[in-house]
Design a protein around this ligand. Sequence first.
Ligand SMILES: Nc1nc2c(ncn2[C@@H]2O[C@H](COP(=O)(O)OP(=O)(O)OP(=O)(O)O)[C@@H](O)[C@H]2O)c(=O)[nH]1
Ligand SMILES: [Mg+2]
Length: 212
Amino acid sequence: MPLFQNAAYFASAHHLHELPKEDGCAEVAFAGRSNAGKSSAINTLANHNRLAFVSKQPGRTQLINFFTISENAYLVDLPGYGYAKVPEAMRKHWQHVLATYLSTRPSLRGLVLVMDSRHPLTSLDRQMLDWFGPTGKPIHVLLTKSDKLSRSEAMKTLAAVRKELNENWGSCTAQLFSSLKKQGVDEAEKIIAPWLAAPSDASEDQIPDPVA
Ligand SMILES: Nc1nc2c(ncn2[C@@H]2O[C@H](COP(=O)(O)OP(=O)(O)OP(=O)(O)O)[C@@H](O)[C@H]2O)c(=O)[nH]1
Ligand SMILES: [Mg+2]
């Protein structure tokens, strides 16, 4: 039974000031190219067909959407990057909002980087890895739509992606995933659930200094 089955819509943000208050919460964000399958992956992990909005047309998620999965724990669906038809002003807006959100949000415990398994590690994905890696937070790559590859193609892709991640971005992990076939759910949960359960660094900061 999926771990995140009690997921429910919580909030959406278009601007930074609209992000939910952190109050000791923990969240995992799903980033990746437009149409890679981020919203579908969240629905699949939550065992819920229509939690996050899915569309054939790229660029459909136009808000940062928070889904609560247990008290104070969220899965966060981000707008995709790399869709050429997005107007320049909107692209700049999201570049700023996403960069700020991903680099400054203490309750963000890790990043799930979603890639279409037929076109993994695009140049924008590499930029995201280069940029987010130094935050020190964990990154897990979901190679989605693996149902579109034969078993041997999928295994070959996974091995090649893992090798490249290992050579360039050290501790990143990767797996195959299919929302259509509901494959890879347990494996993804085993990575993501401990990120959400781990005590936050912020709580360590709150330990009072010993009285002199
Ligand atoms: N065959 C197959 N199709 C998938 C899978 N995951 C997503 N899709 C399809 O891919 C398209 C895009 O899926 P979304 O989940 O909306 O992608 P997204 O990354 O959230 O896209 P944006 O919000 O536009 O950035 C939809 O038509 C989905 O049905 C999968 O595992 N297998
Ligand atoms: Mg989406």
